[in-house]
Design a protein. Structure first.
Length: 80
């Protein structure tokens, strides 16, 4: 079973659409939502392991132009 995480994303002013478009193109990104509040975007991602999730965040999500900060929330519930 794949592991899952919610990535809370703050974007640079005026870059939401560019960030959302880039996120939707990444393998492992299951959903992307623009939200109100302290974060601008929430992405739901999946990977085979938590290490795969970490690799996706650091290698593919962090480099997206327009992202200023992320917070990763790993899902730990028993889904059996």
């Amino acid at each position: 079973m794949a592991e899952k995480a919610f990535i809370l994303i703050e974007t640079v002013v005026g870059r939401n659409k560019v960030v959302v478009t880039a996120l939707k193109q990444l393998e492992g990104v299951k959903s992307v939502d623009t939200v109100t509040g302290p974060y601008d975007v929430i992405a739901t991602i999946e990977g085979e392991t938590f290490n795969d999730i970490g690799d996706l965040v650091t290698a593919k999500i962090h480099p997206i132009a327009g992202i200023s900060r992320t917070v990763s929330c790993l899902v730990t519930e028993d889904r059996r």
